[in-house]
Design a protein around this ligand. Sequence first.
Ligand code: DHB
Ligand code: FE
Length: 278
Amino acid sequence: MAKIVGILNTSHVPAIGKAIHQNLQQDPYWKPFFDGFPPIRAWLDRVKPDIVVSCFNDHGLNFFLDKQPTFAIGAAPEYRSEDEGWGIPTMPSFPGAEDLSWHIRDRLIRDEFDMVTCQEMLVDHAFTLPMALLWPEQKWPVRSVPVCVNTVLFPLPSARRCYKLGEAIGRAIAAFPEDAKVLVIGSGGLSHQLEGERAGFINKEFDLKFMDSMVNDPQWATQFSDVDLVEQAGNEGVELLSWLIARGTVAGAVKVVHSNFHIPISNTAAATMLLEPV
Ligand code: DHB
Ligand code: FE
């Protein structure tokens, strides 16, 4: 049977990709962020997940204002990295876990989540950076299932709906008949706003409460509407919806294996949290 072995939530600021490319991990600006990862890599070495289910937001590579699914799932043999800008080399393609993708997708639709099924999908920094932070050699030891949530075209799916999607994904994984250790990734956040009068907005108090809620009150953020979340976390801080999907996949309690919070990385309060089901 497939089993969720952990949830890894992390920010995905594109400048992280440039810092990796330029080997700036020990640079004073970057060190507090990158120092969050060695304990997580030690955990990965021990637990060795087989499959990643990555919950993230596409930033306009596949979906934008012209076509924007509320939720989409990849069911492709591989996912090609086509990140934007800065001349950073693209990463090796990510092999897909097609069998698990189709299984989750079937279950979700029967569970009344109207997923868009993508037999082709490119992946941007929201998918690729967490992978490169976990496996810096960029030789992927896992197959992947990408799950996309709309954070671009309002209204967004509610925080409650995202949590419920996570619950349904968790049930689907538990019902997958093959043995597989699954790591669920939630990519994005925490508070940031990139444009307008509030560009640069960060809300440390909200972020710390949200991180605490991942362990102690996982449905706390489901009280907020999409507009509430913009107000609290910033226009791009709504990416925390991916954390909620990821957290929803584990029905019971979780414990923190490792957690890191640092302000700022670029315009973002950068947070990383590895959770383990107990
Ligand atoms: C930044 C953060 C993001 O989540 C993103 O997708 C793009 C840019 C930033 O802080 O620079
Ligand atoms: Fe983003």
